[in-house]
Design a protein around this ligand. Structure first.
Ligand SMILES: Cc1cc2nc3c(=O)[nH]c(=O)nc-3n(C[C@H](O)[C@H](O)[C@H](O)COP(=O)(O)OP(=O)(O)OC[C@H]3O[C@@H](n4cnc5c(N)ncnc54)[C@H](O)[C@@H]3O)c2cc1C
Length: 404
């Protein structure tokens, strides 16, 4: 393959380019990115960066000279508007065409916006990009009443930051428990109690009907029960939508993301898709999955670089993820969505515990709260293809580390 074009200058797009050069790929590499910034890490945007602990300069994955030294052409503020698969070209927003031999779609996702009246008022913010976080940071510092809509990872991380910064915080979550899509009730309840113990008003089963304001600026959030929660800042964290529009318009199969095979290739042999935008088969999953994690973006970037170098292998990296709220670190390994049984190790009340998830008696994932050694043991265990039965995990004195 001679020339590789990568659409999306994020975590996954950067990784393909860096891995290709590390593997001595000597053809042209072009990264086309819609944002103004060089590829950067997103996790700090809802953590250290908004809290004021991480400077913008520390977010970059690599400084500008990396791309020069490695002969990687990176074009920022550059949106790809269409794919012309027949001509093997991408079409930029200004009509310019860029030819490719191999194309990697690493377009990530965009925030799901809240479809209620008042959603466009000033002070209703989202956190996906550095530009979003730059807008949010001074507003969260100045805010008194913050309403967070959505009790998922990003919403709760923002709630913890706002609370630490001295704001009065209300979290409105539509489901009956926090992070319900991804964690077990033990975790949901632990995090509900943690946030409440820090003064955050966590309201479950709360629907939002309207965002109200004065002089175009938000003043409150109206809920389905008729109450209005005062707010001078609203942070919405209700998930993302995969950026699969380019692929869809070019006739590639999409299913809540760009569908790829085990080697991350679309039905077009010249086009791969990776990271948050890709829907793929995984040996630990039933059917196709789409993951939103740094680990997945990095490991898929490496897998595609290998494939381009002629060493295609099925993608099988063990999924893992983390979330920081206050001083509490949650680490997740495996794919837990279809569990039918759980075992809790350690003492939930002490804030140091792990929840093991099982399906049909076999271990499928582990969530660890302030238990990094369990997380590391879990990664080694899954990496080695080992399992543990729920029965064994229930044995008194059971230790994950002893099974690695
Ligand atoms: C606030 C926040 C906190 C997070 N915290 C964690 C965490 O704690 N742990 C964790 O594992 N993960 C976390 N994540 C998720 C993680 O950052 C993502 O999974 C990861 O960035 C995905 O990388 P990606 O390259 O697939 O997508 P992205 O990083 O989103 O990059 C995609 C890029 O493609 C660009 N693009 C899209 N369409 C086009 C187009 N048509 N033309 C040109 N460019 C285009 C986009 O502008 C974007 O820059 C967090 C995400 C956010 C937003």
């Amino acid at each position: 393959m001679h020339k590789v074009v990568i659409v999306g200058a994020g975590q996954a797009g950067y990784q393909v380019a860096a891995s290709l050069r590390a593997k001595k790929f000597d053809g042209p590499i072009v990264i086309l990115g819609e944002e103004a910034a060089l590829p950067y890490q997103r996790p700090p945007l809802s953590k250290g960066y908004v809290k004021g602990e991480a400077k913008e300069s520390t977010l970059l994955l690599r400084a500008a000279d990396f791309y020069v030294t490695n002969n990687i052409e990176i074009r920022l503020d550059c949106r790809v508007a269409a794919l012309d698969r027949g001509a093997r070209q991408v079409v930029l927003a200004d009509g310019e065409r860029v030819a490719y031999d191999g194309l990697v779609l690493a377009t990530g996702g965009r925030v799901r916006t809240i479809p209620v009246p008042g959603a466009d008022l000033a002070g209703v913010l989202y956190v996906r990009t550095l530009a979003d976080a730059k807008t949010l940071k001074p507003q969260i510092e100045a805010a008194r009443n913050v309403v967070v809509i959505g009790g998922g990872f990003i919403g709760l991380e923002c709630a913890s930051v706002a609370s630490v910064l001295g704001c009065k915080v209300v979290v409105l979550e539509a489901m009956e428990r926090l992070m319900a899509r991804v964690v077990s009730p033990v975790l949901s309840d632990y995090y509900r109690d943690l946030h409440r113990s820090r003064g955050v008003d966590v309201r479950l089963g709360a629907s939002v009907t309207e965002i109200v304001g004065e002089s175009s600026r938000v003043t409150g959030v109206r809920c389905g029960d008729g109450t209005t929660v005062p707010a001078d800042l609203v942070v919405v964290g209700i998930g993302i939508i995969a950026n699969d529009d380019l692929a869809k318009a070019a006739g590639l199969t999409c299913d809540r993301g760009i569908v790829v095979d085990a080697c991350l290739r679309t039905a077009d042999p010249d086009i791969y898709a990776i990271g948050d935008c890709a829907t793929f088969p995984h040996p630990m999953a039933d059917g196709l999955v789409r993951l939103e994690s740094v680990q997945n973006a990095i490991d898929q970037g490496k897998t595609v670089a290998d494939a381009i170098m002629g060493d295609a292998k099925p993608y099988a990296a063990v999924p893992w993820f983390w979330s920081d709220q206050y001083e509490v670190k949650l680490q997740i390994v495996g794919l837990t969505s279809q569990y039918d049984d759980t075992v809790t190790l350690g003492d939930v009340a002490s804030g140091k515990f792990s929840v093991l998830y099982f399906r049909n008696g076999g271990l499928i994932g582990i969530d660890s709260v302030n238990m990094p050694s369990d997380h590391v043991a879990g990664r080694k265990l899954f990496g080695a293809g080992k399992s543990i039965s729920a029965e064994a995990a229930r044995t008194p004195g059971f230790s994950l580390r002893a099974h690695v």
